[in-house]
Design a protein around this ligand. Structure first.
Ligand code: SF4
Ligand code: SF4
Length: 226
């Protein structure tokens, strides 16, 4: 996914949760991104805030948001109905951008002008860039109102962030090919578990990580990498 697409998907949500580490505990607040370029995604805070102190101390950040209405209806069956929507998250490394750098960016890319104006109005404002990160985009339509499967998941990596596989895998050495995992996988017209020449596998981009397959597997062949 291109950096502009990642930005647009965050920006469409607007109010995002920004998580930092404060000593031994995570801390969150609502903020938003205001710009992007080929070096990363940009947001602002003020040096007086704990947010600034935590960013400077750890140089780490996680951002996430959800596009759809947070309202969840309970259906006649007593189960929740979620409107179609998406979530997106990114975790990575941040650096402070000087006001001089920000002005330089604004001279060639108008999207940065808002940051310049805001810094002139509130001189304690500073800009940060998340320049190396991993993340994923999770688009859901649980009732398959517009397509034949519930989940579209896209992983992304920007700025060579060190990353590794996350999700479920079937251990082919342990699997006895009983097929129970495929039967229980509850995507409406599409199963994230599929058959291969060797046995069974999981499409991580379609998997909802509901855990039903690993719960039913008689030999614990489904392994979670988190
Ligand atoms: S975790 Fe759920 S969605 Fe994913 S493969 Fe297993 S049963 Fe299917
Ligand atoms: S339920 Fe377990 S043993 Fe059966 S096919 Fe799936 S992974 Fe293999």
């Amino acid at each position: 996914m291109l950096i502009e697409d990642i930005y647009q998907r965050f920006d469409r949500i607007g109010c995002l949760t920004f998580a930092t580490i404060d000593g031994d505990y995570p801390e969150t607040r609502i903020a938003h991104l205001f710009a992007w370029d080929e070096e990363g995604l940009y947001f602002r805070t003020m040096t007086i805030k704990p947010f600034y102190k935590q960013l400077k101390e750890t140089e780490k950040l996680s951002i996430c948001g959800m596009s759809a209405s947070p309202h969840v209806e309970i259906g006649k069956d007593g189960l929740p109905n979620f409107e179609p929507g998406y979530t997106i998250k990114a975790t990575g490394a941040v650096k402070e951008i000087s006001f001089e750098e920000l002005k330089k960016k604004a001279s060639t890319k108008p999207i940065f002008e808002l940051g310049v104006k805001d810094t002139i109005k509130y001189p304690d404002t500073v800009t940060f860039c998340i320049y190396s990160f991993k993340g994923d985009y999770y688009n859901y339509d649980y009732d398959c109102t517009s397509r034949d499967h519930k989940i579209i998941r896209e992983h992304f990596n920007f700025g060579n962030f060190p990353d590794r596989f996350k999700g479920l895998k079937i251990n082919s050495k342990t699997c006895i090919k009983c097929g129970e995992c495929e039967l229980i996988c509850q995507s409406i017209n599409f199963k994230a578990v599929y058959q291969t020449k060797e046995g069974y596998a999981i499409d991580v981009d379609k998997c909802d990580v509901c855990g039903s397959c690993s719960k039913i597997c008689p030999v614990n062949a489904i392994e979670s990498y988190c």
